[in-house]
Design a protein around this ligand. Structure first.
Ligand code: ADP
Length: 241
């Protein structure tokens, strides 16, 4: 399997006043196409910073980051933004839907930044994405008319509508009750089964039980990387097979 992303010796420092925080202190990580990776660790250990780098929202202070084989540091900001728009889908803890837009228009948003996609194609892609998360029947609703779990499903549709190479989820169940959380995790599992590559950040080690591979972070370092941590993942796969 080819690697979607490869990080070698990646460091990220933040400077505020005369204080330097080394949020990432030498990260080596490769994620292959089709993998489902959970990154866990205590608050402040660098998980969100790592996810921002993976999603091309921020850049390393040093080290090498290759996205689909391309060294990201050699790309201009515009090229990085294009790569992000085409190849990365984000799911956030707080859904980040736009309240004044309908469900359909929220999901269409990432496609509207792309050149050369006509309205009919956007409409059909949006409907396909909404269908795959079971939210077609709510397409004309507004976010405030939906439950948290439904809003997160719409956010997942928005993340996958552009058929990204990499799906990044930052604590996607953090604002949900346990039933909605489980249904969002089942949705991610189904997307993975259909071929998606997923990196999930969670402070809760139980979140990692859904993934195939778990990476533990502490203090800016990867302290464990377990490719066989699939117990619950496979148990769920068998139950629903
Ligand atoms: P986690 O997601 O694991 O909670 P973060 O990646 O958010 O951890 O943060 C890692 C460290 O970097 C923390 O010490 C945090 O305070 C620091 N940090 C993160 N973002 C910034 C920033 N924009 N400016 C200064 N420090 C930051």
């Amino acid at each position: 399997m080819s690697d979607i992303v490869t990080l070698q010796g990646v460091c990220k420092a933040f400077h505020s006043a005369d204080l330097e925080t080394l949020a990432l202190a030498g990260i080596d990580l490769a994620v292959s196409q089709g993998e489902y990776l959970a990154i866990s660790g205590p608050s402040g250990c660098g998980k969100s910073t790592l996810l921002s780098l993976l999603g091309l929202l921020d850049s390393p202070t040093s080290g090498s980051y290759r996205f689909q084989g391309q060294e990201v540091a050699t790309l201009s900001r515009n090229e990085q933004a294009r790569l992000r728009n085409r190849h990365v889908g984000f799911i956030f803890q707080s859904f980040n839907l736009i309240g004044s837009l309908s469900v359909e228009d929220n999901v269409a948003l990432p496609l509207s930044y792309r050149d050369g996609m006509d309205k009919a194609e956007i409409r059909s892609r949006v409907r396909e994405a909404l269908d795959s998360v079971g939210m077609m029947h709510r397409r004309q609703h507004f976010p405030s008319q939906l439950s948290g779990g439904q809003q997160q499903r719409v956010a997942v549709a928005r993340a996958i509508v552009g058929q990204p190479a990499l799906l990044l989820a930052d604590e996607p169940t953090g604002n949900l009750d346990s039933r909605s959380a489980e249904s969002v995790m089942l949705l991610l599992r189904d997307l993975h089964a259909a071929g998606a590559t997923i990196c999930l950040v969670t402070h809760d080690p139980r979140g990692g039980e859904w993934a195939q591979r778990t990476v533990q972070m502490f203090d800016g370092h990867i302290v464990a990387d377990d490719p066989g941590a699939a117990s619950r993942y496979w148990r769920h796969a068998q139950v629903t097979a």
